[in-house]
Design a protein around this ligand. Structure first.
Ligand code: AMX
Length: 448
């Protein structure tokens, strides 16, 4: 058994009694209440999922296994000469809660290397797509097409004990994660480089190998590591994580679950926002004839966007109520490596003007930038100007957190997810009854 699997096994055995006790002794303790606004309004803030892999504090931002992102970057082992840690080390942390040693990371890097080769039919499936296909659609299909490789699906058919579900799910997860950079870089080659593929280099770690296959020199290896690490997880309620968990709760395997989560990530209110940011910025660059706008011109551009009924891409968040630390980490990288970049100058000016404007407009609960406001401009700077590809890069990162969650879902025996729905008439009756009981008082509600 590998060092990672052995440690995970030990952590699972330690954890199982905690979940068992909660279910046996405290199953009817009330955790939260549900309002009409939550039932109609996308279950915002409703505490109804459990994960120990990450927690999103509205003011602090994401913590992976209790570590804030700057701590994760500082504490995880780094490849020689690199600014950013091994992505493989992050996987060790997410799965076990422990910061790996150098030798433990080296073993996980080896595990990933051994599993990275793509079956031939994956290239054929990617090739079969029309050249104008959206990259996220190809990415999702390429993952789906590998479902026939699933160990879990085969073991399940053969009959295995519930307590062993996590083991083959772990094997599927490593197999899939190791292949995602190959899949993504081949999609890029097919769509934008006349199919000219760069072979992977087995001596490199995941981040460096991806940069190599994309044909981009240093420091893009660090950009890749940073990008995969910061996008890995954002607790369980966001659409991609929740989709992965939901689909996996039917005991669909990793390939089916990750392919589904990629489809959720492809929406403009979720992962697609990073490319929306670039499209929006390019529009302004064109208007400004490549000059940096004055503060007044930038404010006008922001107001024009809002007045035309659109949102400011890369700003706001369903949970966060301050600047996203993922934004801050990328901003620091830009300040070190690409301070004079035109789009970085636009982005920095936006950071100054957008929050006060969103506050003045008074709609967005969070006027601060999220991860997507900064990520695309970095890829653009290093030559990936096909911004419809950016969500694929997000998707590689997000698969890391989602597979870790699904392994733990299986280990702790989380059941099929099945909330209850009600009809509008039922809601109206509940509302009327509550209103009568309170003497006709109305809540401070907003229109849908
Ligand atoms: N620009 C303009 N208006 C915004 C806004 C923004 N960036 N963010 C929120 N609002 C508006 C909403 O559209 C909503 O308007 P409405 O009352 O007319 O419907 C109102 O403010 C209240 O929304 P909210 O409760 O603050 O946000 P939410 O939880 O409903 O949605 C999000 C969150 C991210 C979808 C929203 O902030 C948004 O659309 N942002 C721009 C797109 C974006 O950056 N998405 C990426 C999010 C991060 C990620 O998943 N990758």
């Amino acid at each position: 058994m590998s060092v990672l699997k052995e440690r995970l096994n030990q952590k699972i055995e330690e954890h199982r009694p905690r979940t068992r006790k909660l279910m046996q002794d405290y199953c009817d303790v009330v955790v939260d209440k549900v309002t009409v606004a939550q039932v109609i309004g996308g279950m915002r803030g409703l505490k109804s999922l459990v994960t120990d892999i990450s927690y999103l504090d509205p003011l602090e931002g994401i913590r992976y296994r209790g570590y804030a992102l700057p701590e994760v970057i500082q504490k995880l082992p780094k490849p020689p000469g690199a600014e950013m840690p091994y992505v493989e080390g992050l996987y060790f942390l997410l799965l076990t809660g422990d910061i790996p040693t150098e030798s433990e990371v080296t073993e996980v890097v080896d595990e990933f290397r051994k599993r990275r080769i793509l079956p031939r039919y994956v290239y054929e499936v990617i090739d079969a797509f029309p050249s104008f296909s959206p990259p996220m659609a190809i990415f999702s299909a390429a993952i789906l097409t590998m479902q026939r490789e699933s160990f879990f699906a085969k073991k399940y058919q053969g009959g295995i004990s519930k307590s062993d579900y996590w083991d083959s799910t772990f094997e599927d997860s490593l197999n899939l994660l190791a292949k995602l950079p190959e899949v993504a870089s081949y999609i890029y080659a097919k769509l934008y480089r006349d199919g000219k593929r760069i072979q992977s280099n087995p001596n490199l770690d995941m981040g460096a190998n991806f940069a190599h296959m994309m044909g981009i020199p240093k420091p893009y290896d660090d950009v890749s590591r940073l990008n995969f690490i910061i996008h890995a997880d954002h607790e369980s309620g966001n659409v991609s994580a929740h989709t992965g968990h939901l689909v996996a709760s039917t005991l669909s395997d990793i390939y089916l679950s990750v392919s589904a989560m990629i489809n959720g990530l492809a929406g403009p209110l979720h992962g697609l926002a990073n490319q929306e940011v670039l499209r929006w910025l390019q529009d302004l660059v064109e208007k400004m004839d490549g000059q940096v706008p004055t503060e007044g011109e930038m404010k006008q551009f922001v107001w024009d966007t809002l007045n035309s009924g659109q949102v400011i891409p890369g700003y706001g968040h369903a949970v966060l109520r301050k600047t996203d630390p993922r934004y801050t980490l990328q901003r620091e990288f830009c300040q070190t490596h690409m301070k004079d970049d035109l789009l970085f100058q636009y982005t920095d000016l936006l950071y100054k003007v957008v929050p006060p404007i969103l506050k003045e407009q008074g709609k967005a609960k969070n006027p601060w930038p999220n991860v997507d406001a900064q990520s695309g401009i970095i890829h653009w700077h290093y030559g990936i100007t096909e911004y419809e590809f950016y969500t694929v890069l997000f998707g590689i990162g997000r698969s890391i957190g989602i597979t870790a969650n699904i392994i733990w879902d299986r280990a702790l025996g989380y059941p099929l997810e099945r909330p209850k729905s009600v009809t509008t008439e039922m809601l109206e009756k509940i509302a009327l009854k509550a209103s009568e009981a309170s003497g006709g008082k109305k809540g401070k509600c907003k229109e849908l």
